[in-house]
Design a binder for this molecule. Structure first.
Ligand SMILES: [Zn+2]
Ligand SMILES: [Zn+2]
Length: 402
């Protein structure tokens, strides 16, 4: 049983902001990879228990809700996929007596440095001390002369941030990737170690953003992106968060947050994306080509490049609010507002993506609406509600507790 009430008649175009086209040169991108943090404990957590800073930043930036590792959910394949922009098979080699692997296609740093003709102080890869970090490609015309500066120091995520900060302050690289490994090594020590590591990673993202805001070079020229290489098994699969592997939603579903000069404010999209789309997106932000990447720029989150696409995104922008109450039993209210007349669907899905209910499928005028879902007959658990407005879509998660 669904009831729809139009409760505000005069709310119009509340969320369309002015579209700005940015000059893309001299911009900066900082990509943070939090290894092994599950979507459900990061931006997918409706209670925001572990990532308050990233949640706050997401309100000022963009979230891709359906960012997937859609291939191999293990670190050694997923990390290169993020920075190559494609799924490739790294090749075994030996460096300084340690087994290692190199990428078989060029990497984001190689594309950047070749395009700009700049040295490695402009393109850095910052992580903790590792004896044998995965290396870049030897691809014809790219390769070793375009590899990043590897900053390998310290033992913890906080060490990585301290070292990153000193390099950022000193050199202001245009392209920086900061790799935080601690979340991935924490599940063996239990749930509280896992969530603690996520909270520390969240605070580091907050400190990076605060630093960017306080730095005269980075301020207003920088886009901060945060993602994961893979998640972990859902609580009812194998040994839950302690392990990970292929073919499960918890391991495939990762987070993607973008905030800063290249990102519009408050755009949350549910268009499905892959982690291989990140390198082409960085190429679009910094204006360099990524010709061997098979991923595609995440156009729906860009404030630049193509004003037609921008118009489409902003004119379709909706406000989908978090349901209330949440958790709920059995009724909850979902509110949203439309900037213009559009064909709207509102559907409910269960945790594995099966459609449970369709609340709306009709043309609706601009305005604010609320609709109620009665979950009598449904089992306790996580559900999603997804609104589509034309070809724009947004999804939120909610919890039925009986
Ligand atoms: Zn990993
Ligand atoms: Zn899994």
């Amino acid at each position: 049983m669904t009831t729809i009430k139009k409760f505000v008649l005069i709310t119009l175009i509340v969320c369309i902001s002015t579209v700005k086209i940015f000059a893309q040169r001299d911009n900066h991108v900082i990509l943070v990879i939090i290894d092994g943090a599950r979507y459900s404990e990061t931006l997918g957590d409706p209670l925001v228990r572990y990532v308050p800073r990233m949640y706050q930043l997401s309100q000022q930036g963009v979230v891709v809700d359906a960012m997937l590792n859609d291939n191999i959910t293990f670190t050694k394949r997923a990390i290169p996929a993020i920075w190559c922009g494609s799924w490739s098979t790294p090749q075994d080699t030996v460096v300084n007596g340690f087994a290692n692997q190199y990428a078989t296609v060029p990497t984001v740093w190689e594309y950047f440095r070749k395009n700009r003709g700049v040295d490695s102080t402009h393109a850095m890869y910052i992580m903790k001390m590792l004896s044998s970090p995965w290396i870049q490609s030897f691809y014809y015309d790219y390769g070793q002369k375009y590899w990043p500066w590897y900053v390998l120091q310290g033992t913890t995520d906080l060490d990585v941030w301290q070292n990153a900060k000193s390099k950022l302050q000193m050199y202001h690289p245009e392209l920086t990737v900061i790799y935080l490994p601690d979340v991935d090594s924490s599940p063996a020590r239990g749930w509280s170690a896992y969530t603690q590591a996520i909270m520390i990673a969240d605070s580091i993202v907050g400190m990076i953003w605060d630093f960017v805001q306080s730095d005269p070079v980075y301020q207003n020229t920088t886009t901060l992106l945060v993602t994961n290489d893979h998640g972990r098994h859902l609580d009812n699969i194998q040994d839950g968060f302690k392990s990970h592997g292929d073919n499960c939603l918890g391991c495939q579903h990762v987070m993607f947050l973008g905030v800063g000069v290249g990102m519009p404010k408050g755009v949350h999209t549910s268009t499905q994306r892959s982690i291989i789309d990140i390198t082409p997106t960085i190429g679009s932000l910094l204006n360099f080509p990524t010709p061997y990447a098979t991923g595609k720029t995440i156009m729906e989150i860009m404030t630049s490049v193509d004003s037609e696409i921008l118009d489409k995104v902003s004119s379709n922008m909706i406000h989908l609010e978090q349901n209330y109450p949440n958790p709920f039993n059995p009724n909850t209210i979902i509110r949203f507002s439309l900037p213009k007349t559009a064909y709207v669907t509102l559907r409910i899905y269960d945790a594995v993506g099966r459609k449970v209910s369709q609340l709306l499928s009709q043309e609706m005028n601009a305005g604010s609406y609320q609709t109620e879902w009665n979950a009598t007959g449904c089992a306790s658990g996580v559900y999603f509600y997804r609104i589509t407005v034309g070809d724009y879509a947004e999804t939120k998660k909610f919890l039925l507790l009986k």
